[in-house]
Design a protein around this ligand. Sequence first.
Ligand code: 3DU
Length: 213
Amino acid sequence: MKKDTRLILALDVTSKEQALTLAEELQGYFDAIKIGYPLILSAGLCVVKEISAISQVIADLKVADIPNTNRLICEAVLDAGASGIIAQAFPGKDSLLACKESASAFGADLFVVTEMSHPGAHLFMAPLAEKMAHLAAEVDATGVVAPATRPDRIRLIRSIIGDRTIISPGVGAQGGSAAAALKAGADYLIAGRSIYEAKRPAESAERLLKTLQ
Ligand code: 3DU
């Protein structure tokens, strides 16, 4: 993934037309566009190909199944044009390795969720986040997903994964600070609602970009 603006757009709209319009309008502000269940289930898998023609696409399917099913899910979305996938660590090493093998076969990136950015992540994910980060390194993932809402956790996860990539959701609508997340060690920030729900999305993206300079 290119590292120019260090921003990733979470495009969680449910209309294909709106998604394509936003992708075109905002492509200069973002190094990649992350799409997941909301858009893919609404618009169909073909939307991956259409957005891929505009920007690199990270498929946020938080893949979390047995190895064979993980492989089938990853292959479907990578074949559709995604250049990166996001998977959960908790199903274990064999499941994650299946994602890694699929990603490698397509020359794509694999990002592993460590701790999520919402308050509920405290219950099950936070106590295991370090183990999940170790597992991400063990399977040679490209990087991890770590919470911009808790920069101290980014710092800790960075100390485990070395120079692997950290992509960090939670800025804007979830209250995380972009500058604090970058300072703590995030490589890329993921922003969704604060951009695509704004009256003028490009201006909102511009403002976010300025907070990083
Ligand atoms: O809160 P936002 O609207 O800026 O969107 C954040 C995006 O990142 C959204 O697609 C969500 O599904 C994803 N995400 C998290 O918010 C937290 C995680 O730990 C992982 C992914």
